[in-house]
Ligand binder design. Structure first.
Ligand SMILES: NC(=O)c1ccc[n+]([C@@H]2O[C@H](COP(=O)([O-])OP(=O)(O)OC[C@H]3O[C@@H](n4cnc5c(N)ncnc54)[C@H](O)[C@@H]3O)[C@@H](O)[C@H]2O)c1
Length: 254
């Protein structure tokens, strides 16, 4: 049976673990050649190994998304070797500290904004530059968060960065709608990944209270985000652009 993404070349940032790894596996299963960019090399190579074990195609590159020159060089290299870039999942992110604004260190603010917002801008810019050269454009999905749609006490920089990703997504969608480049964001709620582990490690109570707040009364598997991303990157969503789609068990609908 043909896959949803047969022969497509797709970049996934933050593909070494969590949502990025689960998405890479699904994208490859649907026929894409997946290019993973991350800073955790061992885990990145492990994702490549998992994709290959399942019969898919993937490659790993050490690229920090805050390094514009490296990101631009990677996209140039993908175009040179594969001839094109059909899709991109800008997913790399960090959680930053949990602190109220008056205790939130400016150095943490700068780092979280650099990775979670400027990193997405830098990637988008390079990806759009390449997709503009392709008559059939491309599809870009970035990972925002439910925290990009509502306020969350204790996460000022994360919240601001993720709201920024939503705004950036809408602007990019409008700027390039006429060039066949679709730009969307996914807004995950609570997803079972290393990041959620770090945030809730402090106590089972925190995890339980998060779950209690979700109408579906569970956290999601990373693959549930991967399925949504795969759809947005595929030709099954050709009229969808500029959306920030919650994938959150109903959390922000409340
Ligand atoms: N887990 C959740 O509940 C949840 C909820 C909403 C949004 N998100 C978002 O989903 C995305 C993926 O997070 P996850 O939960 O899979 O966590 P994760 O920590 O497993 O994955 C994040 C990945 O990004 C990579 N990364 C971090 N900084 C980087 C940089 N400067 N350059 C390149 N790669 C970098 C990490 O090495 C890691 O592989 C993030 O953007 C996160 O904010 C997660």
């Amino acid at each position: 049976m043909p896959g949803m993404l047969d022969a497509k070349i797709i970049l996934v940032t933050g593909g070494s673990t969590g949502i990025g790894r689960a998405s890479a596996l699904i994208l490859a299963r649907e026929g894409a050649h997946v290019v993973i960019a991350d800073v955790q090399d061992e885990e990145g190579e492990r994702t490549v190994g998992l994709v290959r074990e399942a019969g898919g195609r993937a490659e790993y590159h050490h690229v920090d998304v805050t390094d514009e020159a490296r990101v631009t060089a990677l996209v140039g290299d993908i175009a040179a070797r594969h001839g094109r870039l059909d899709g991109a999942f800008n997913n790399a992110g960090i959680e930053g500290p949990s602190a109220k604004i008056s205790d939130y260190g400016i150095e943490h603010w700068h780092r979280v904004i650099a990775v979670n917002l400027t990193g997405v801008f830098v990637c988008m810019k390079a990806e759009i530059e390449q997709m503009k050269k392709q008559h059939d454009g491309g599809s870009i999905v970035s990972t925002a968060s439910a925290a990009g749609l509502i306020g969350i006490p204790g996460a000022a920089a994360y919240n601001a960065a993720k709201h920024g990703v939503v705004g950036l997504t809408k602007t990019a969608a409008l700027e390039y709608a006429g060039r066949n480049i679709r730009v969307n964001a996914v807004c995950p709620g609570f997803i079972d990944t290393p990041m959620l582990g770090r945030v809730t490690d402090a106590s089972v109570k925190i995890r339980d209270s998060l779950i209690a707040a979700v109408p579906m009364k569970r956290v999601a598997q990373a693959s549930e985000i991967g399925d949504t991303v795969t759809w947005l990157l595929s030709a099954r969503s050709t009229y969808v652009t500029g959306v920030a789609l919650p994938v959150d068990g109903g959390w922000v609908a409340q």
